[in-house]
Design a protein. Structure first.
Length: 229
């Protein structure tokens, strides 16, 4: 395992702030002198991962753009490419995005550039199937939804499967169709729980119960605080 692979796993598991150089050394099975031969600190490693991830994502998006002629097919191929990039990059993809969203982050400029290019593509291709100009803020919302759904896949413990990618793609494309459709357009069916496998349905039900339990615990804590006051 090389340094970047080891670092990506650690950042994905611990997050940026909690990760130490020692964690990277242990996970990558390398010595400290070897690490400092290539990087000055963990920030350097994270920056390298961030740059590689943005370059690879844009390459996949560009390939997807040229893989079809129909605007909707182009968007669908790009959504699929984005989801597969997330699956291949692993949990560190979410950490990279979270760090870049911080107002004082040194990684925000690269993210802004990448997202601007992807937004421009979505806007250009979507306008090709619309008779009127659409508020650009709509595409900001759609892209934010794409990112959040991709993050959610990592929240579901385990490796992202083909079924996960297909489920996410179906939901995202329903959002695109719903956002861009004219009143007379026929929309694809709304994705339903019953469309999912029994395993996925059990996972969703388990997470709902856990969320309900946390909400009840929070209510009890707030109630106790009121008594103390």
């Amino acid at each position: 395992m090389n340094i970047l692979q080891g670092a990506a796993e650690v950042f994905g598991k611990l997050g940026y702030g909690a990760t130490r150089v020692e964690d990277i050394l242990e996970n990558a099975s390398i010595s400290r002198p070897t690490f400092y031969r290539f990087f000055r600190n963990k920030e350097d490693v994270f920056d390298a991962l961030d740059e590689i991830s943005h370059v690879s994502l844009l390459q996949l998006i560009r390939s997807a753009i040229f893989s079809a002629d129909d605007p909707i097919q182009k968007i669908e191929h790009c959504v699929d490419a984005f989801l597969r990039w997330h699956a291949a990059t692993g949990p560190v993809a979410r950490v990279l995005r979270q760090e870049a969203l911080s107002s004082d982050s040194a990684f925000s400029e690269r993210r802004v550039s990448t997202m601007s290019k992807i937004l421009s593509f979505f806007e250009r291709e979507s306008q090709r199937v619309r008779s009127e100009q659409v508020d650009p803020l709509l595409f900001v919302g759609l892209l934010s939804a794409v990112e959040r759904i991709a993050d959610e896949l990592h929240d579901q413990n385990g490796k992202i499967s083909e079924a996960d990618i297909e489920r996410a793609r179906r939901v995202i494309m329903r959002l695109f169709y719903g956002a861009l459709a004219e009143r007379s357009d026929q929309l694809p069916p709304i994705p339903k729980i019953t469309d999912l496998s029994r395993k996925d349905r059990r996972t969703i039900e388990k997470r709902r119960k856990e969320q309900t339990k946390r909400q009840e615990e929070l209510k009890n804590q707030l109630w106790l605080l009121d008594l103390d006051s």
